[in-house]
Structure formats: structure tokens, C-alpha cells
Design a protein around this ligand. Structure first.
Ligand code: S3P
Length: 196
């Protein structure tokens, strides 16, 4: 389901927060704002928040850039899969994933079966402008961000589209994106049946 509505009432927010019995997982391309939006969403719903990239760095005692440099992408993906499995097995909370996490089939199946997933989608040009200003991302190093993001979006968007909820043009003001997610949760019949 694609989310377009806005401004859920306080009582609707409370009602939806009370019904959330599983992790709420944000997926989508780098630069879309999963971490910032995730933190705000968690605050609104009075849920804990975890950032999967931060958890990977904590577990490895290395930055993501260092993991890529020292051990390569395959090693990073393996750690990412294990960290996500641990986070998903935990209590209901909001989880921001790294852009590649949902692309891993095992992780995706876990998320689709045990979580409520939300794809934050955005125009590539906006993402490219954002990542150029943002933190170091190994997949973009020394490359044209627009070209890399366009290639990744081609590969990944059909997979992100499997998420339970879709928020298009998710690069507006963060509070507005959070409201659109909550509205989608309130109105959606797209949750896994057992969450209803
Ligand atoms: C990646 C996205 C990054 C990080 C790593 C790989 C990707 O996370 O996990 O650099 O494959 O798209 P963000 O989406 O938080 O930037």
C-alpha cells in the first residue's frame, strides 16, 4: 500500500502504538533519512529505536568504512544479516536498516514474516544531493553518487517494493514523513494478518 494521507490524531497515534506487537523496520536507499525518521517515529510511538548500522559498528568495534576496507563487502553483509536477525528477535521497536539489508533474501524473509516493514522511497537526484553532504559511505567512494544510486535503485526498488507499506517522496520534512508513516499504519490493511 502506498501512503498518501496525513496528520493522524493523538488518539489514533496512541491506538496504533498499543497495537504494535512487532518491530517496525524502515528500509530504502541510503540518504533517504531512515535513521532520523526512525528516531522521530520511535519517539512518537513511545518505542525504543535501534539503528542497524550503529549496531553493526558496535558489534565489530569498527566503523562501516573500516569493515569494508579491512574485510570487504561480503563480510559486512554477513555481519549485517546477523545483527538484523538479533534486532528482529527482540521486542517491538523501530529499526532503521542500512540500504542493502532488505536486499538479503534471508533478512528480507525475516522482516516480512516477523516485522512491519516500511519502504521510504525518494527521487535519486535528491538522494544524490544528500549523500554528497552526508557521512562517508563506502559504496560511493570515489564514484559519481548519482550513477551509483541510479544503478542501485534499478536493482533494489523492485525488492524494496515488497515492503508492507510504501511512503513515496519520503524526502520532505521529517515530521511530515513520520506522520505519513503513522497514517499508513492507522489505515493500512497491509500489515501481516497476525499483527491485526
Ligand atoms: C549501504 C548503506 C549504508 C551502509 C553501507 C551500505 C547500502 O547505510 O549500510 O554503507 O548498501 O546501501 P545507509 O542506508 O544508512 O546509508
Amino acid at each position: 500500500m502506498t501512503i498518501e494521507t496525513r496528520s493522524p490524531s493523538d488518539s489514533a497515534i496512541k491506538a496504533i502504538a498499543a497495537r504494535i506487537d512487532r518491530p517496525l523496520v524502515l528500509v530504502g536507499m541510503m540518504g533517504v533519512g531512515k535513521s532520523t525518521i526512525g528516531r522521530k517515529l520511535a519517539q512518537l510511538l513511545a518505542l525504543p529505536f535501534r539503528d542497524a548500522d550503529d549496531e553493526i559498528e558496535k558489534a565489530a568495534q569498527l566503523s562501516i568504512t573500516e569493515i569494508f576496507e579491512r574485510f570487504g563487502e561480503a563480510h559486512f553483509r554477513d555481519g549485517e544479516r546477523r545483527v538484523l536477525a538479533r534486532l528482529i528477535a527482540g521486542p517491538p521497536r523501530v529499526i532503521a536498516t542500512g540500504g542493502g539489508a532488505f536486499i538479503n533474501e534471508q533478512t528480507r524473509q525475516l522482516i516480512l514474516e516477523r516485522c512491519i516493514s516500511v519502504w521510504l522511497d525518494a527521487e535519486i537526484e535528491i538522494l544524490a544531493a544528500r549523500v554528497s553532504r552526508g557521512r562517508d559511505r563506502p559504496l560511493l567512494r570515489g564514484q559519481d553518487p548519482l550513477a551509483v544510486l541510479a544503478r542501485l535503485a534499478d536493482q533494489r526498488n523492485p525488492i524494496y517494493a515488497e515492503a508492507h507499506l510504501i511512503v513515496r517522496s519520503a524526502t520532505g520534512p521529517h515530521d511530515e514523513v513520520v506522520e505519513r508513516i503513522v497514517s499508513g499504519l492507522v489505515e493500512s490493511g497491509a500489515w501481516p494478518a497476525s499483527a491485526l
